[in-house]
Every structure is written in C-alpha cells, then in structure tokens.
Design a binder for this molecule. Structure first.
Ligand SMILES: C[S@@+](CC[C@H](N)C(=O)[O-])C[C@H]1O[C@@H](n2cnc3c(N)ncnc32)[C@H](O)[C@@H]1O
Length: 303
C-alpha cells in the first residue's frame, strides 16, 4: 500500500515525465556538477531522487563514471527515465527503486497536526536515513548526489505535521540533518557529495522567470534576505551546518556553494543552487570546513 506522501511524488513524476526538453539547461549544469571527482572507467556515482532522470545526461556521465546508481522511491520513474535515454539494457546503470531515503516516510505519513512528537521520534529522523539506506545500497560511492530532493522531504513535514505544530521546526531540522548525514556517509573517503536544491520558485516571485541572467545572483540573495524561500533550504544555513553539525564537521574537509541557476519545470521556474562537499580522506587531519566561494561566487555569501 503506497502512502499518500509517496503517491504525491509518483504523481509529480508522472506530470514532469516529458520534461526532457524543458530541463535542458538545468540538466547541463547538474551533469557538469556530477562529473567533478570522476575517474573515468573507475568511479561510481549514486544519485538520490533520480526520478525520471530528466536532470542528468546519462551518456555524458557514463564517460566520467564506471557505474551510475539511481535511487528513488518511484521505481517506475527510474525505469522509464533510463529507457528514454537508451540505457535500459546497460549494466553500468543500476536502478534502486522503492527506496525511501528518509526511512521514515510511512511513519511521517501517519502524523497529523495534533500528534505528539517525542524526542526519540526526532532522533529517528536523523539516524534512520543512513541506517536503512546505507545497508540497502552497494556503497560507498565516489560521488553521491541529491537532486532537488531536500525540499520534497521537508515538504512532507509541512503536509503532515503542518507548520503550526510545536515541533515542526525541530522535525524539519532533523530531516535535513538526516539527509546531509546520509549524503556524506554514502561517500567514500576523499569522495564528493553534491546537494542540489531548489530555493524559491516563480510562484512566490513571478519575475524569477524573466530576470536577466546577470542579475539572478542578486535577486536570489534579496529573496533570501526577504525570507522568500522554501522551508529549510536557505543555502547559507545549509552551508553553516557543515561547520556546526558534529558529524558533518568531522567528516567534511571542504564545502563550496555554487551560484544560483534556473530550472524550468513548465508551470513554474525554480532558482536552484548546489553545495559540493569533499569528504575527508583516510588519515586526513581535521581542519575547519569552509566555504571556498567567499570570493562572492556563492549565492549565500553575498559580498
Ligand atoms: C524534484 S524530483 C527530482 C527531479 C528528477 N531528478 C527528475 O529529473 O525527474 C525529486 C525526486 O525525489 C523523489 N523522492 C521524494 N521523496 C523521496 C524519498 N523520501 N525517498 C526517495 N525518493 C524520494 C521523487 O520521487 C522525485 O523523483
């Protein structure tokens, strides 16, 4: 029995299944980001939230990586996405359908604005993703990506507990920490994690569709300053977690935020950015994690 949260994701994927053309410029940027840290013929890439795979060019990525592992709760979306790109029979592309990256979606789907959330529930949102997904996947991988998935995970908290629940924020923070921990722990020592996340859409800022490319950075920075962004995905806060969260601080050697770009999903346009983190190598000493884009390239560190 599919829970209503999963059903919603499956419906979204059906609605965006023909997005290949519209996603072109977004796909080019995401594909380039996932080629960082590649060792052609050797490295293994894992993509969480791959869905229809309209945002990744598999042929290009297979020139960079030996294997590509696609992970999503929606098994059918993975199959049709891989088939569309002509890789249904290619053993280097492996689909892991039916995997919930939170490990908690059934539990979350049963919650309501009136329900009690105990400290143990909050802890489970942090620990379950790696405990369950780590053992379900053949990791670690050289590069692990999460493609515009975080906002969906946080959206599930809004849809169930609701923003008025006294522990809403705590659960959002726990889901987010659990996801970042999962990303980093699936990466082999010295490897790369890439979190792409949508920040805000043209629904709450219609001019996002048409602002000049060269002003996008300033527009997004202003929207963030005005608190016009999706819950839990402020890039500056995400970046700060790499310094304040004990596991991330311990495991991550460096982290860099990209400039924002636009993702055209048809009915709406999203501003998206990426955080690319390198996991410490074996025996590497623990220095400060830092944003390498403080020069002003990063969308959260406006000069
Ligand atoms: C915004 S879409 C990403 C776009 C997708 N890469 C594409 O090109 O179609 C987010 C994806 O995350 C998946 N997803 C959402 N929640 C999930 C969860 N808890 N576990 C696994 N996958 C999830 C959805 O099924 C969807 O495919």
């Amino acid at each position: 029995m599919v829970n209503p949260l999963s059903k919603r994701q499956i419906d979204y994927n059906l609605a965006s299944r023909d997005g290949w053309q519209a996603f072109a410029s977004h796909r080019e940027i995401v594909t380039e980001l996932l080629s960082v840290g590649a060792r052609p013929g050797n490295s293994r890439l894992c993509i969480l939230g791959a869905g229809n795979s309209n945002d990744v060019d598999l042929a290009h990525l297979l020139r960079s990586h030996r294997e590509i592992h696609l992970v999503d709760l929606d098994a059918d979306a993975l199959v049709r996405g891989v088939a569309r790109q002509g890789f249904a029979e290619n053993p280097a592309v492996k689909c892991h359908g039916g995997i919930d990256v939170t490990g908690m979606l059934d539990t979350l789907a049963a919650k309501s604005p009136q329900c009690e959330i105990r400290p143990a529930d909050v802890d489970a949102f942090i620990a379950e993703p790696f405990r369950q997904v780590g053992s379900a996947l053949p990791g670690p991988f050289d590069v692990v990506a999460s493609t515009c998935l975080l906002s969906q995970l946080i959206g599930a908290v809004s849809d169930t507990l609701g923003q008025g629940h006294p522990r809403f924020l705590e659960v959002v923070q726990a889901i987010r920490a659990g996801h970042l921990h999962l990303l980093v722990q699936l990466v082999s020592p010295g490897g790369i994690s890439v979190l792409t996340t949508d920040i805000v859409s043209s629904d709450s800022h219609p001019p996002l569709r048409s602002v000049a490319e060269e002003t996008l950075f300033d527009v997004v920075a202003q929207l963030i300053a005005d608190r016009n962004f999706f819950h839990g995905v402020n890039p500056a806060v995400l970046l700060s977690l790499f310094r304040s969260d004990p596991l991330l601080e311990r495991e991550v050697a460096s982290v860099e935020a990209s400039r924002p770009w636009r993702w055209n999903l048809g009915p709406r346009v999203y501003a998206v950015c990426a955080l690319t983190a390198r996991r410490r190598g074996i025996g590497a000493s623990q220095g400060d994690s830092e944003c390498e884009s403080l020069s002003g390239k990063c969308c959260c560190c406006k000069p």
